[in-house]
Ligand binder design. Structure first.
Ligand code: PDD
Length: 289
């Protein structure tokens, strides 16, 4: 079952007018919220980020936080899968094509849920290949916009090279992945770029930082140079669907040094364990009605 503008229906019955500004201009924002055993993960945080994306593109939020929470819990309850990935998007609505905002368009709200696909065990154990690509996106990467053409091109550049993700570099500095945040380990310290307009403020990024702090793992939030990425001891990507996924090769070269070269490092394994444990505590909480 999907949700479209106040109604529940099977996805094949859902229809959007062709003049929806989401279709014409990519004029809208979205969220992807994982749900484990009926528990939407970090739901409030996702909805707070939705609000800042809406503010960033000047769309008035059609619902309050509580209504959104209800809707997300409802879609999870209406769909059969144990673990789900809830996708929701809000566009500026339907209007004759004109770049300037329409005066009276009503935002289009669409929500669907799919089985949550997280990386297979083999990828978690062996790590994955990534390539570096120049980050040529706009300067508001902090907005979770549905205008994802640049991200699609950047991801495809990775796939064309047989890799699973692209690591983006802007002016010699690490930004993030095409659909993930990136963490670097150097000399036992976990390092990741700060939240600026150049990256999406990831919910998983926040969880990883909290877990590092709570467990006394050395952590620095600062700019990371391309040279530091290329000589890292470990690289990981994080996202709601990838969780904490170690990177084993960068542009075809093994990540890390010595015995660990080309293999997930000890801090990746530690963080993965902490993340999985944290998820389990979330799943033990009672499911809200
Ligand atoms: N993408 N950076 C970008 C550009 C992203 O698209 C995403 C997530 C992230 C990680 O954010 P989070 O930890 O909140 O999932 C970082 C989602 C999963 C997607 O577009 O499918």
């Amino acid at each position: 079952m999907i949700y479209l503008n106040g109604e529940w229906m099977p996805i094949d019955q859902a229809r959007i007018p062709v003049l929806d500004r989401g279709f014409i201009f990519g004029d809208g924002v979205y969220e992807v919220i994982p749900s484990y055993s009926g528990h939407p993960f970090r739901l409030r945080e996702h909805l707070v980020r939705l609000q800042s994306s809406l503010d960033g593109v000047r769309i008035v939020n059609p619902y309050g936080l509580d209504r959104w929470e209800e809707l997300v819990r409802e879609i999870v309850a209406k769909n059969p899968w144990e673990d789900q990935g809830v996708y929701l998007q809000v566009t500026r609505g339907v209007a004759p094509r004109d770049h300037a905002f329409p005066k009276d368009a009503k935002p289009t709200v669409f929500m669907m849920s799919n089985p949550l696909v997280t990386p297979p065990q083999s990828q978690r154990e062996k790590g994955v290949a990534v390539v570096t690509v120049a980050d040529n996106r706009w300067l508001r990467c902090d907005i979770k916009s549905v205008s994802l053409l640049a991200n699609c091109l950047l991801r495809q550049a990775a796939v064309d090279e047989g890799a699973v993700e692209s690591v983006l570099l802007r002016d010699g500095m690490l930004t993030e992945g095409s659909a993930s945040n990136i963490f670097v380990v150097r000399d036992g310290v976990i390092v990741t770029p700060p939240k600026t307009n150049f990256i999406l403020p990831g919910i998983t990024y926040d969880v990883v930082i909290e877990l590092a702090r709570a467990n006394g793992l050395p952590l620095e939030i600062r700019q990371v140079s391309e040279a530091e990425v290329r000589s890292a001891d470990e690289l990981w990507m994080t996202s709601s669907t990838k969780e904490v996924l170690p990177i084993s090769t960068l542009d075809g070269k093994p990540v890390g040094h010595g015995d660990n070269a080309g293999k997930p490092g000890p801090l990746a394994a530690r963080m993965n364990q902490l993340y999985q444990d944290y998820k389990r505590t979330v799943m033990r909480a009672p499911v809200k009605a």
